[in-house]
Design a protein around this ligand. Sequence first.
Ligand code: PSU
Ligand code: MN
Length: 304
Amino acid sequence: MLRVADEVTRALAEGRPVVALESTLLAHGLPAGRNREVADELERAVREAGAVPATIAVLDGAPRVGLSAEELDRVCDRRSGLAKLSRRDLGPALALGRSGATTVAGTAALAHAAGIGVFATGGLGGVHRDAAVTWDISADLDVVADTPVLVVCSGVKSVLDVPATLEALETRSVPVLGYRTDRFPAFYLRDSGMEVPWRVDTPAEAAAVVAAHRSSVPGSAGVLLVNPVPPEHEMDRATHDRLLAEGENVVRERGVRGKAVTPVLLAHFHERSEGASLAANVALVLANAKLAAEVAVVLAERRP
Ligand code: PSU
Ligand code: MN
């Protein structure tokens, strides 16, 4: 069922580095128009760092690993009406011939199925602030725990309950590595106020941890490498806190629930921050794509 682009198939067969990229951040996270440019910029960042990019989505019931320019057009066009596919949505979408963008959970599952072990995104889903009442905990956490992929991200979105998300990651035995930082980042902000359990300072150190975790720790799977937004693109904290409080009110007043919550909150930031949240979001995903490629290069060199 899996349709892998020729370039990606060749790279995997030759043991060359490949980085998976997700499509929900394009289709549901970034504004129309800019998302198409970012799709290209992400692939370019991966290539410049020496790896092959593989953007993942489901089109007409077929899981696609590596998209053509026309397929990226379709993913980024709001009129395509793509669904948001977590791992549990893949079976229905494939069986019913539907199209959708894949979240971290959906992308990690398909990347692993294709034999790709490194994946870049913006922010991992996690435990929502009102989870004690809504039970809204992203499937991303469980999927990262049991899928052998390295996920490079800028922590979790600041709209989540960060301490609770870190606890959930600990419960699931997911190693969390800060990249050149001791602080756990919160997407638009470099410091969530929480520490990271481990720190690495080079792509080689990150690759060594991934290799040790996968080969020597029984029952282990995913690893999280967290890379804070570049300092010059971090959002102003006061603006951030104000927009977050407003966004939470919008969600409450409109009765937004389930998988619509994250896109509504991100859109609120993008509409009200005069470009600051968009600049931060784009800068951080690009930095993560580059870092993921650097780690993938080292992992490919380590292979016998
Ligand atoms: N990173 C971004 N923008 C996004 C996401 C990540 O810069 O929109 C997406 C990812 O696909 C992640 C999803 O899996 O947000 C989390 O959604 P939820 O909170 O509904 O699990
Ligand atoms: Mn959710």
